[in-house]
Write a protein that binds this ligand. Structure first.
Ligand code: IPE
Ligand code: IPE
Ligand code: MG
Length: 254
């Protein structure tokens, strides 16, 4: 009996076998705008509510012992939105980092950014640089924020890096393999060689990937929920993880 309890994690009403816990969970945080409309507030207030939901999910992921949590915060396509909305999202990001960095750091969380964040407003770049620097030696949960991230551009960027190695006679074409591609993606060496996501969750009822982790998702389990992101709770997160632990992943084998 004692061994049984030791092998499972009981939080709230969920019982999850620690051995089956996903190492890497990625989340497409969608539905802030619809939440705002439903609650008769502006879209920025919806994004603010989304940030609050995100804070709670980070905490629960940490308690569960998940090693990598990746959130899709801003896509390369989200620049199509109004300047007001885009600016509002980045202002919220600065506000979030300012208010949460100490707590993240105290909890041994290491922050990483996936995407070309040099293109976002200067204030946001500065607060991100501070978060990266402050948390770089932490070895608890790795919290990856996909920011100005698009998977197709990520793949092109990796291909260019590899092409450059061939051009400069550093490698042979025959050396190019899956491991090498993985190494040069944002999830690769530069951000601590993040394993592919075991589970990708998308909220708001949409069932698509929207240019998120297209290479890395080859064998990810997918989970969709109708909850709008600001309404997504740690208990729902945990129930999805519990359901994930009951799936049979075969990776092409029998
Ligand atoms: C997700 O919420 C946040 C971002 C894409 C930045 P949305 O803003 O896409 O919300 P909906 O899809 O309009 O409801
Ligand atoms: C995906 O949501 C991007 C983020 C959550 C940051 P979108 O709302 O941008 O995706 P589409 O446009 O519905 O595919
Ligand atoms: Mg959306």
């Amino acid at each position: 009996m004692a061994a049984f309890w030791a092998a499972t994690l009981l939080i709230g009403e969920f019982m999850i076998d620690k051995e089956l816990m996903p190492k890497h969970v990625a989340v497409i945080m969608d539905g802030n705008g619809r939440w705002a409309t439903l609650n008769k507030v502006n879209r920025i207030s919806g994004h603010n509510a989304g940030m609050l939901a995100m804070k709670e999910i980070i905490k629960r992921a940490d308690i569960l012992g998940i090693k990598y949590l990746t959130v899709y915060a801003f896509s390369t396509e989200n620049w199509k939105r109004s300047a007001e909305e885009v600016g509002g999202i980045f202002s919220l990001l600065v506000k979030y980092v300012a208010s949460e960095l100490n707590e993240l750091n105290e909890n041994n969380v290491r922050v990483k950014i996936l995407g070309d964040y040099s293109k976002i407003p200067k204030a946001a770049v500065n607060s991100i640089d501070k978060a990266l620097e402050t948390t770089k030696n932490n070895d608890g949960l790795q919290f990856n924020i996909a920011l100005n991230y698009g998977s197709r551009l990520e793949i092109i960027r990796a291909v260019k890096k590899i092409a450059d190695l061939v051009k400069n006679d550093k490698i042979e074409i025959e050396d190019i393999d899956e491991d090498m591609m993985s190494k040069y993606l944002y999830t690769g060496e530069e951000n601590g060689s993040i394993p592919d996501p075991d589970l990708i969750i998308r909220t708001s009822g949409e069932e698509r990937l929207s240019n998120f982790l297209l290479w890395q998702c080859a064998y990810s389990e997918l989970a969709f929920t109708d909850s709008l992101w600001p309404d997504f709770t740690p208990d729902e997160f945990e129930s999805i993880i519990e359901e994930y632990t009951k799936r049979h992943r075969r990776f092409g084998g029998r």
